[in-house]
Design a protein around this ligand. Sequence first.
Ligand code: P6P
Length: 325
Amino acid sequence: MVIVGQHRTLSEFATSAWSGHDQLDGLDAVIMAIAKGSYKVSQKIRAATLADVLGVTGETNVHGEMVQRLDAASSDIFVDILRQCGHVAVIGCEEIEEPVIVGDDPQHAFMVLMDPLDGSSNIDVAVSIGSIFGIWRRSDNDRVTDASLLRPGNEQVAAAYIVYGSSTVLVVATRNSVQGFTLDPESGVFVLTHPDINIPMECPYYSTNEGNFKALNETSRRAVKNLRAAYSQRYVGSLVADFHRNLLKGGIFLYPADRNYPEGKLRLMYEANPLGFVAEQAGGAASTGKQRILDILPEHLHQRTPLILGNRDVVEQTASLIKGG
Ligand code: P6P
């Protein structure tokens, strides 16, 4: 067992937990690629102001949003490193309209959907942002096409996110557990710091943009009022940062459909599905307010969804109120 300080390294954990186990065989290589890419992204973020990589590229992405330079750079970093890892058949990315098809040799066993840099509006003000990954296993022997990626979240074999905050933390969920690894900036090595994460039973926080209250329908307003009465508000405006705090401390994140986003604002395939998978593996839940996020049959790569995410009992109570219960 390899120890850095008093911690197991990600590499050692990955080899022992995520290689050679049928459905997961090769997952260690994919997770190590994500970790390596996040180290590069973390360095760019930490040096962004000095390296003059803040601001926008002048382009807009598939959603008509201004592309931040770091969004584009992060997308390039992760696409390149996932291509090279030799175990990924196809990549879906928030910043890229069409799927990136890598190859369909037998060893290209996984499909990765990612938001390479979420919360980019916070980049210029040095607030925590993140990267999100959903990992599906490719159907054996099927040729890889654009449609290959459109699989429900309940077929994910793993999910991961990185929060670039006061420290850089990688959280990886499989069907067995949720593990947290912190980047040692000196060595560039991720070490196990949060073994076997389970969302706490108590729920001290709710995270929602109260500025949207006036745009909510009546049942969603009732749900928000219920949360206000019971919990303290914490809202960073960066999904990964809000979710990570709620995962470790307990809490609920809520971005319902509203007049501005009738389908919801957040993306199903590379935000709601991966974080919903992490939440469920940690004992929490993820709902649209009408159904389990992971049961949605996707229709297109960049579709949006309402999202209620966190402590299972509070998610279920909030969904019931939104449904009009
Ligand atoms: P609002 C960031 O742009 C993001 O996609 C998520 O990270 C975040 O939770 C949400 O949008 C914030 O949206 O409307 O509250 O600014």
